[in-house]
Each structure stands twice: as C-alpha cells, then as structure tokens.
Design a protein around this ligand. Structure first.
Ligand SMILES: *[C@@H]1O[C@H](CO)[C@@H](O)[C@H](O)[C@H]1NC(C)=O
Ligand SMILES: *[C@@H]1O[C@H](CO)[C@@H](O)[C@H](O)[C@H]1NC(C)=O
Ligand SMILES: *[C@@H]1O[C@H](CO)[C@@H](O)[C@H](O)[C@H]1NC(C)=O
Length: 270
C-alpha cells in the first residue's frame, strides 16, 4: 500500500514534548499563553499545507470559488488587534477568572459537560495533551459560551465580513492546550480564527468519510492512522496562524490539533 511501511520521523518526534525556545507565534506575540513546554512536532506539522491561502479576498471571489466548494484560509479581512489584546492570559484571568465555564469532552460526540471556574481550567487543565489519553476523558473549553457574562469581550470581536444567505452567525470561543483538539466531526459552514497560538486542521469533503475512532483524540489519530494512509487518502490540511481565518464549507469533516496553547474563536453560520 502506498505511503505505508515508512512511518518516518514524524511518528517519533510526536511523542516528544520538549522545552524549545520558541518565543511566540509570528509577530502577534503569544499573549502569555506559551509558558509551558513546546511541542517539537509542531514544526513538522506546520510544513504541511494543502489548503489555499488568500489575502484580501472579495466577497464575490469567496462566493464563486469557496463558499460551497472548498476550504480556504483568509488573511487580512479584519483587524482584531484590540480583541487579541483582551485575550492575553493575564487580561482574561483578570476579567473572567472566577466565571464558571462549561467544558466539553474532546471526542467526536461530546457526551459529557463539566462546569469549572475559568481560572481553574487555565491553571490546571491547560497542559500539553498526553498522547495516550482518550478524547472522551479529556476536557476542552470550546463553545457553550455564556454570551451575557462574556459580552464585554465578544463585543470587541470583528467576525469575517462574509455571510451566506439564510444563515445567522454564532460565536464559539475556546482555548486548548498544545496537542489538544477535536477529532473528526462535521456541522454547518463557518469560520475559525486563531487569536493566539497555531491550530492545525484536517479536512475531508462530505462524501469522503474519514477513518477514525470517535473517542480517540486527533493526536492519537495522527500517530496511529495518518502515517499508514496512502497520500491520496489523506485529508486536506494546514496550520492556521494567529490572525488567520479558516473557512470550512457545509458538512465538511474536520479535525483540529492545537500546536501551541491556542486561543480561537469560530463563527458558525447556522
Ligand atoms: C472512553 O471511551 C473508551 C473507548 O471507547 C471507553 O472504553 C471508556 O470507558 C470511555 N471513558 C469514559 C470516561 O466514558
Ligand atoms: C465513547 O465513549 C462513550 C462514553 O464516553 C461511550 O458511551 C461510547 O460507547 C464510546 N464509543 C465507542 C465507539 O467506543
Ligand atoms: C450566564 O450568566 C448569567 C450571569 O451570570 C447567568 O444568569 C445565566 O444563567 C448564565 N447562562 C447560562 C446559559 O449559563
């Protein structure tokens, strides 16, 4: 089988969580989030990109080439520097540390929800992901946001300006540790912007059902399944950098993997 029998260096470095002097992601700073160990596999992941990047895309181009056809990474559409500044570790803890947030398990069908003060999540659960843990045993802050309590933050976010007829935008804000992420699932179309850190995405069109176990993490899938896949069977993938926005069309399968502690906000078009 093409692509199998040579797991390559990726498999081995994936396991290594090392202290690497990686000062920050790009030129947007790290907001104080990358204070723990960095993940050596991130540099390898970052090299692989099969999703188009487009700067200053017009709405007409978006509708014609991407909206119903394929994912795209959008650059330069909005300036969220104010929002980014408010999302530093220090600022978020000062404003929302005592707020109770709702965590989901990081599996495909997130069955379980856990309520916890935001500060406790940041200080105790935001460690790099253990590759052997199961998605259904891993808690992740993504969505289930209380828009009343967090309004002072969300009012500063400028979503991508593109809309699809008949849809209403809904935000989903989250923070995940290095190596965390949600395994393959699908829903309606939307955008996902990285505020701090880097987030790697894997995507398949609706008709191409990926091979995955719904309770395994993306990291486990990357280590156990990805290396033996024929290159033609591999998903589209790319690392989204801070300040970039990924657009994913309706019902596209996707899995995410945070390469750093990542702060991100999605705009779902439901
Ligand atoms: C998580 O999933 C595994 C495999 O599907 C299962 O054996 C285990 O009991 C689940 N853990 C929890 C806490 O539900
Ligand atoms: C996944 O884990 C849940 C509990 O967390 C369990 O009920 C379910 O059966 C597991 N699914 C599979 C396919 O093992
Ligand atoms: C959101 O927060 C407000 C204010 O603390 C609270 O009254 C409300 O019940 C919360 N909503 C949800 C859905 O948790």
């Amino acid at each position: 089988m093409a692509g199998s029998g040579q797991p390559g260096p990726l498999l081995f470095i994936l396991w290594a969580l090392v202290t690497v002097a990686r000062p920050s992601s790009g030129n947007l700073g790290d907001g104080g989030w990358q204070q723990s160990r960095q993940w050596s596999a991130a540099a390898v992941m970052e090299q692989r990109c099969t999703v188009e990047r487009r700067a200053d895309l017009t709405y007409a181009e978006f509708m014609q080439h991407y909206a119903f056809l394929r994912p795209v990474i959008l650059q330069g559409l909005t300036d969220n520097s104010r929002f980014r500044a408010l999302c530093s570790r220090e600022k978020l803890l000062a404003s929302f540390g005592s707020n109770v947030i709702r965590l989901s398990t990081a599996n495909t069908y997130s069955y379980q929800k856990v309520d916890l003060p935001f500060q406790e999540y940041v200080e105790q659960l935001l460690y790099p992901q253990d590759p052997t843990s199961l998605g259904n045993d891993t808690l992740y802050f993504f969505g289930d946001n209380n828009f009343t309590e967090w309004a002072p933050l969300f009012q500063h976010y400028s979503p991508p300006p593109f809309r699809l007829l008949g849809t209403t935008p809904a935000y989903s804000f989250g923070i995940g540790g290095a190596g965390s992420g949600v395994p393959f699932h699908w829903h309606g179309p939307g955008f996902s912007e990285v505020i701090y850190g880097r987030k790697h995405w894997f995507l398949y069109p609706p008709e191409k059902i990926p091979e995955f176990h719904p309770n395994k993490t993306t990291l486990a899938w990357l280590q156990d399944t990805y290396p033996s896949m024929a290159s033609s069977a591999r998903p589209l993938e790319c690392t989204i950098q801070a300040g970039e926005v990924l657009y994913f069309p309706d019902r596209w399968w996707h899995a995410t993997l945070n390469l750093d502690t990542s702060v991100f906000i999605s705009t779902f078009l439901g």
